[in-house]
Design a protein around this ligand. Structure first.
Ligand SMILES: Cc1cc2nc3c(=O)[nH]c(=O)nc-3n(C[C@H](O)[C@H](O)[C@H](O)COP(=O)(O)OP(=O)(O)OC[C@H]3O[C@@H](n4cnc5c(N)ncnc54)[C@H](O)[C@@H]3O)c2cc1C
Length: 504
């Protein structure tokens, strides 16, 4: 019989109900919520929960949509890491920073940026809410994507194991020391332990930036250019959209807000008049400049000197020209860099309704083939998608020199849940339509998501955010899978750590 009498556990039904779903998946309402504010409280809470046989489900910012923190049994204790959000040490001598795992990317940026510092991978676009521990646990990328993924850039973790014991996965200043135990915990979605502290390397912020936006008519030219820019390592971030997603972005964001954040950034990067001029340019260019474009790439180059940043952008433009692309107004990358962690309003559709991304990372040699297979999938379902008003568009991003990330996003009219209404800005929410529950459309979106995953699997692509959604076992070498199961059994013999996640 489960005992939940620990006074530190919140059993309030509405608090628990809120944690029964993520951005897309709905699971079982957990039995309780623990909100530790220190590693000692986290360790004591896990030890007590393990004695009671409770499942332990860690939650960071709650910004995921693959069922990673959505329990499938009712005796689960959600560990809400939001209260462990301190920056513990910024060490400018050793160039490391240690944070509690619930610290958001945005809070870390606010602390490091004034000191001219950042981490190599410095956050996801959800970073105003998403936590560093959540990002490391399901892996991901965006800001600093040329440097790879979040899990790649961690130096070490201090974790709490299923029996409450505390363990360091390595040394805090250097990751390479024998077999890579830190790497084992990256992307584990909380199946192996709860991350309490995360240590990341620091690097100096760049001093000069250059921005470029480019348009292409065909996916073949688009992929060729995007891949070559990544292979040459010319952009710190290189991302893009297809026309559908481009249109959704344009509809969502307000032009005035664009101009304002841009002025703030330009002021920070020096020059009041340049700031005013750039702000005015955004307003004049409006959001029509990409209307005719079929596919867009947005690049941000950074360097120590203006000449070096401009030279990288000149080389990017040459790659674009060699692949039949054309330069367009570079508003999007400028605006995004000016406000790197915007409110998470894109968690819902631009007119209300729902949003669900699904993604795969493929090698450059298979990017075009993947896009063509996805287009065929959507064409085969076109009539049903149209009947149920389901829209689909693509986001693209290169990761390091080797990864081409393709992310179809679905939009459809459907009810919003508590997480959506709490996370989206209230002024934005007030402007949106509200829809009744739409289980028929949601079911088709689930089938389409499965179809996308099958396409990516057939092309041997990989995924972040495995959660309870992407099939890891079927895609792993059987020996590697047995090793992972053995590791899980060693670390969590009772199978209490986020059971079911990763398929474990
Ligand atoms: C608007 C929006 C924009 C987004 N942009 C991006 C983007 O640019 N790039 C990207 O990669 N993703 C993006 N995402 C997806 C998601 O926000 C990120 O993947 C993010 O890293 C999730 O972090 P989180 O703290 O919210 O994790 P959560 O959703 O809380 O948890 C994710 C997983 O990690 C586990 N977990 C959480 N904390 C811990 C811990 N301390 N120890 C062990 N396990 C833990 C959970 O159990 C769960 O399995 C976006 C999502 C939204 C809604």
């Amino acid at each position: 019989m489960t005992d939940l009498t620990n006074p530190a556990i919140d059993r309030d039904p509405s608090a628990r109900e809120k944690l029964g779903h993520d951005v897309f998946a709905r699971g079982v309402t957990p039995a309780g919520v623990l909100r530790p504010t220190s590693i000692e409280a986290l360790s004591a809470g896990i030890r007590a929960a393990a004695k009671q046989g409770l499942a332990i489900v860690p939650r960071g910012g709650g910004m995921s949509y693959t069922g990673g923190y959505v329990a499938d049994r009712d005796d689960a204790l959600v560990i809400d890491m939001a209260g462990m959000n301190r920056i513990l040490a910024i060490n400018q001598t050793d160039m490391t920073v240690t944070v509690e795992a619930g610290c958001t990317w945005s809070a870390l940026y606010e602390a490091l940026h004034p000191q001219g510092l950042r981490t190599p991978l410095w956050g996801t676009l959800s970073g105003i809410k998403a936590a560093i521990g959540g990002g490391a646990s399901q892996n991901g990328t965006f800001w600093g994507a040329r440097n790879g993924t979040i899990a790649d850039s961690v130096l070490s973790y201090r974790v709490v194991l299923a029996d409450g014991a505390v363990m360091d996965t390595g040394k805090s200043f250097f990751r390479g020391f024998g077999p890579d135990l830190t790497g084992l915990f990256g992307g584990d979605c909380g199946a192996l332990a709860v991350k309490a502290h995360v240590t990341l390397p620091l690097i100096r912020e760049a001093e000069a930036f250059a921005y470029g936006s480019f348009a292409f008519d065909t996916p073949a030219d688009y992929c060729a250019a995007m891949s070559e820019i990544a292979r040459c390592g010319l952009a710190m971030e290189s991302f893009g959209f297809d026309p559908f997603l481009q249109a959704q972005r344009m509809r969502r964001d307000s032009l005035a807000a664009d101009a304002k954040s841009l002025v703030t950034m330009m002021k920070a990067q020096g020059g009041f008049w340049r700031a005013i001029k750039e702000g005015a340019k955004v307003v004049t260019a409006g959001r029509s400049f990409l209307d005719e474009a079929k596919f867009s790439i947005h690049c941000l180059a950074e360097a120590r000197t203006r000449a070096a940043a401009d030279e990288d952008m000149r080389r990017i433009a040459a790659i674009v020209a060699a692949n039949n692309g054309r330069e367009v107004e570079n508003t999007i990358p400028k605006v995004l860099r000016a406000n790197p962690f915007p409110p998470v309003n894109s968690m819902v559709g631009p007119d209300g309704g729902r949003w669900l991304p699904v993604h795969g990372i493929v090698p450059h040699s298979r990017a075009l083939q993947t896009i063509e297979a996805l287009v065929a999938l959507f064409e085969a379902n076109e009539a049903e998608m149209e009947r149920l008003a389901i829209g689909a568009g693509y986001m693209f991003l290169t990761v390091g020199a080797t990864g081409f990330l393709i992310e179809p996003c679905f939009y459809w009219p459907d009810e919003l849940w508590g997480l959506h209404t709490e996370s989206v800005e209230s002024a934005h929410l007030a402007k949106l339509n509200r829809y009744p529950p739409n289980p028929e459309a949601r079911a088709l979106v689930e089938r389409l998501r499965k179809g996308v995953i099958d396409v990516i699997s057939a092309l041997d692509g990989v995924h972040f955010q495995i959660g309870r959604t992407y099939p890891l076992e079927q895609r792993s070498d059987p020996r590697a899978w047995r090793l992972l199961k053995a590791l899980k059994a060693e670390l969590d013999p009772q199978g209490l750590m986020n059971p079911g996640v990763l398929g474990l």
